[in-house]
Design a protein around this ligand. Structure first.
Ligand code: PGA
Length: 247
């Protein structure tokens, strides 16, 4: 299982960031799960320095530029130099601020060029009874991966994050059966984009109100490879409890 802790802008001081790292290191020793922390970028170097644990790090986003006169931008190369090995790309909170399909595809290329594993977020705004949400998700995946070489496509992790389920409570998250169906659908879309059996290596995650109260059920029947956890990842006790559900 892969657990990606998306701290968003919830963590605003280094003391809290270090506390969450210490808890994650203990959890990484205790459970059979890979933990990836996505801190706000100013904290990244301090957390990755001297890290010999199994905990890895992600950028919450990367620039669509490759450097130069771009005030405020942090490139894939800069994140890799600071110790990140993953990059969350296309999160709905970034799409809302202007990330288009084209920008997202470029970011994925930059991430791969600098050895960062892209975690591509996709997900519909709402579920309609005609199943249009399925083609919406298909389109998001296809436009993000379409221009990549097939062997690069296999490296991209897809995180299904329906917008209607983000930032709520476990009771408002997706039902396990609906998640199972969506994971199957995403694997089918990936199989169409990847030659032969290589899509079997692709990881599919779920995010949206994952908490200790629902993670076990969601994992049990959905055949998902892991979770992207937001609000429940920034409280040390809640995060600990959540990860321990997977043992
Ligand atoms: P949430 O956020 O767990 O707070 O719903 C998940 C995400 O947006 O990645």
């Amino acid at each position: 299982m892969l657990i990606v802790a998306n701290w968003k802008a919830y963590v605003e001081d280094i003391k809290k960031a270090k506390k969450l790292l210490a808890v994650s290191k203990r959890l990484a020793r205790a459970v059979d799960a890979t933990i990836v922390l996505a801190p706000p970028s100013p904290f990244l170097s301090a957390l990755t320095a001297h890290n010999k644990s199994k905990v890895s790090f992600a950028a919450q986003d990367i620039s669509h530029t490759t450097g130069g006169a771009k005030t405020g931008e942090a490139t894939a190369q800069a994140y890799a130099a600071a110790g990140a090995t993953y990059a969350i790309i296309g999160h709905s909170e970034r799409r809302a601020l202007g990330d288009t399909e084209k920008i997202i595809a470029e970011k994925i290329e930059h991430a791969l060029a600098h050895g960062l594993t892209p975690i591509l977020c996709v997900g519909e705004h709402e579920r309609d009874s005609d199943g249009r949400y399925l083609s919406f998700v298909r389109e998001e995946i296809t436009s993000a991966l379409g221009l990549l070489m097939p062997k690069e496509r296999a490296k991209v992790i897809v995180a299904y994050e329906p917008l209607w389920a983000i930032g709520k409570t476990a009771t408002e998250a997706i039902e396990s059966a609906d998640l199972a169906e969506m994971v199957l659908y995403i694997r089918k879309v990936l199989a169409e984009l990847l030659p032969g059996k290589s899509s079997r290596q692709s990881l599919v995650l779920y995010g949206g109100s994952v908490e200790a109260a629902n993670i076990r059920d969601l994992a049990a029947i959905s055949n998902v490879d892991g979770f992207l956890v937001g609000h429940a990842s920034v409280d040390p006790a809640a995060f600990s409890l959540l990860v321990k559900q997977l043992t």
